[in-house]
Design a protein around this ligand. Sequence first.
Ligand code: IMP
Ligand code: MG
Length: 187
Amino acid sequence: MTKTLTIPPLTEDLAQVLIDAATIERRVDEIAGEINRDYRDIEEPLILVGVLKGSFIFLADLCRKLRIPHVVDFIAISSYGSNGDQQGNVRMLMDIRENMSGRDVLIVEDILDSGNTLAYLQRNFATRGAKSVRIATFLDKPERHKVDLKLDYMGFTIPDVWVVGYGLDYKEKYRTLPYIAEMYPVH
Ligand code: IMP
Ligand code: MG
């Protein structure tokens, strides 16, 4: 049987492919390698906390390349002023099921924009007695940062443009594209 690989074409909303699927796969491999090395002596399974919904594809690819004991959990967050220009008012909509006291936690996020979401999660998890809290973000938009955050694992730095695909959406569209595409400005 012949296998044909079809790449969903760009639609009129999308300006260009910024990061193609093969490049994404190589980078996720590298990040998994770093995590495997850094946590090689871990005693209790690492808790991977995916921030819904955007991180689910990155998390799915990443966790299948891990060779250390780990469990997968999810969290849902809402941030008011979702264009990112407002104060960082972040609220938890759904919490993880694991008890993170005394455990190593790795937050898995799709993109670091203002940094409000990750700053909130880091603070929140620290008060719950996690042994360590690190951050893995697939993308980073340094021009948009409003808070200082240490990124432990980061896939790609991108300019201040709206991107979709590989879990990231625009009003729930384009989330499952296998590449990262830049959208034309929508406003
Ligand atoms: P932050 O709290 O401002 O860092 O918000 C980050 C969240 O905004 C991410 O988890 C995404 O859900 C969303 N976001 C920021 N920039 C983009 C983008 O370019 N495309 C899709 N979602 C984005
Ligand atoms: Mg998100």
